[in-house]
Design a protein around this ligand. Structure first.
Ligand code: 13P
Length: 251
């Protein structure tokens, strides 16, 4: 059975329904066993989320030392995080994270025993110029760190910058074609066992557009921002993910 992931990236937000009610809904839901649901809250809430599988939204590229404001992968692991989002476009574009820094974070997260959710994605200008595949391949190549030789899985999240928070999601066809291009880059630049890495899509995913994305057949799950703040939406997306091809029915 293909492993699938649904990852909630709360970003700098909390669920309007309240954390307790959100967690009760997620932890109490029956989700298809092929789907792992992960919730990535802001750091201070990680420990409060012990009833669900957690991920962090970022980590330091250093494990300890004089790095004011940083949080190390080992500290995140101590807080119960099993996953960590690395290289989100908001980290790259707003906080200026370079390819080199992203690669160091990826390596340290792997060394620490966290499963990285490695984000890549092109902007609109790059896609319109027909350079999306080569841009994504460059991002994959730049992150080809030595620690990838280990056994730990890396989850890839394809998040086109033009689709994040814009209400404009990539179509199933675009996702399928891009996912194939990313897989080619993984084969070229990363150790061979990553050829079958799960590839998630992120960018304005909602319960209303998820069917097209699931039915493209090349996407192994979703990294969700805005819609992930609503437990009901999360569970509707999880239901679609667990039963590909399904278009209606109760959660
Ligand atoms: P939205 O779902 O709000 O577009 O955000 C996507 C994202 O950046 C998830 O990491």
């Amino acid at each position: 059975m293909t492993k699938r992931y649904l990852i909630a990236n709360w970003k700098l937000n909390l669920p309007p329904e309240g954390i307790e009610s959100y967690l009760r809904a997620i932890a109490g839901a029956v989700v298809d066993s092929s789907v792992t649901v992960v919730v990535a809250p802001p750091y201070p809430y990680l420990r409060d989320l012990h009833s669900v599988v957690t991920g962090a939204q970022n980590c330091s590229s250093e494990q300890s030392g004089a790095f004011t404001g940083e949080v190390s992968p080992a500290m995140l692991r101590d807080l119960g995080a099993r996953y960590v989002i690395i290289g989100h476009s908001e980290r790259r574009n707003i906080f200026g994270e370079s390819e080199g820094l992203v690669a160091r974070k990826l390596g340290l997260a792997l060394e620490t025993g966290l499963t990285p959710v490695f984000c890549i994605g092109e902007d609109l200008r790059t896609r319109d110029a027909g350079h999306a595949a080569s841009f994504l391949a460059d991002q994959v190549r730049a992150a080809a760190v030595a620690q990838l030789a280990g056994e730990r899985e890396v989850i890839i999240a394809y998040e086109p910058v033009w689709a994040i928070g814009t209400g404009r999601n990539a179509s199933g066809d675009v996702c399928a074609e891009t996912s194939r291009a990313i897989r080619e880059a993984l084969v070229r630049f990363w150790p061979s066992h990553h050829a079958s890495a799960p590839i998630l899509y992120g960018g304005s995913v909602t319960p209303d557009n998820v069917d097209d994305l699931v039915s493209c057949g090349e996407i192994d799950g979703f990294l969700v921002g805005g819609a992930s703040l609503d437990s009901g939406k999360m569970l509707r997306i999880a239901a679609r993910l667990g039963q590909p091809g399904r278009t209606d029915g109760p959660v």
